[in-house]
Design a protein around this ligand. Structure first.
Ligand SMILES: [Zn+2]
Ligand SMILES: [Zn+2]
Length: 216
């Protein structure tokens, strides 16, 4: 929860990064790129699940070094391009989220602004890495999207859900009802693997777990 995940997808046309972590984490991203024996200019796309500080924090530094093209849903673009303030969150149901949300989410702490090159639309299929489908999933954050990477059958759920102590809620919601609807929306999809903004990825049968938790 004090950490957040970013994911690199490797494909013929280059590398795609999903989310950009807290501020000051660019070296970890550059290290991961070099570990794949790629150069920094081979990072072509940076797709944000949403505009929260723990997902855009290192984005400006990464964009400066790589010239990467950036993508985000329109409802979060102004927040990212101003570097905050961020819309407030209400803690998810339960005692622990109430404590952790206050500890880790600071809506008035600015981060370095990042310019967004391309707005994302619900239902759009990005011609990146063999096809990445954009699914608008508001609730935790109005401009949040989940990303379904079709060839890898992997869902990048952002903060629609977390997998810290099992599959569950994110720390907080702007709108709980919308957040539940988004969880149900993802539970209706078919995928094998799932990655989260926070917590461990799931390698197999992930959509079954989503369906058991939020399916109708
Ligand atoms: Zn978030
Ligand atoms: Zn997050």
């Amino acid at each position: 929860m004090g950490t957040s995940n970013a994911y690199l997808i490797e494909s013929d046309e280059g590398l795609t990064l999903i989310d950009a972590g807290f501020p000051g984490r660019e070296a970890a991203v550059f290290g991961a790129i070099r570990e794949l024996a790629r150069s920094l200019d081979q990072l072509k796309h940076l797709i944000f699940t949403h505009g929260h500080p723990d997902h855009i924090g290192s984005a400006a530094a990464i964009a400066r070094e790589t010239g990467v093209r950036t993508y985000m849903h329109p409802l979060d673009i102004s927040m990212a391009e101003s570097g905050g303030p961020f819309r407030p969150l209400k803690p998810a149901p339960g005692l622990l989220p109430r404590v952790l949300c206050r500890l880790f989410f600071h809506p008035n702490e600015p981060v370095e602004p990042v310019r967004i090159d391309q707005p994302l639309a619900d239902g759009e299929l990005l011609p990146i890495a063999g096809g990445i489908e954009v699914i608008h999933t508001p609730g935790h954050c109005a401009g949040q999207v989940a990303l379904l990477w079709r060839p890898g059958r992997m869902l990048f759920a952002g903060d629609v859900a977390s997998n810290i102590v099992g599959l569950g809620d994110p720390l907080g919601f702007e709108n709980l009802e919308e957040g539940r609807a988004s969880q149900r929306k993802l539970a209706s999809l078919s995928f094998d693997a799932a990655g989260f903004g926070h917590g461990k990825p799931i390698a197999d049968a992930a959509s079954t777990l989503f369906r058991n938790k939020w399916g109708i």
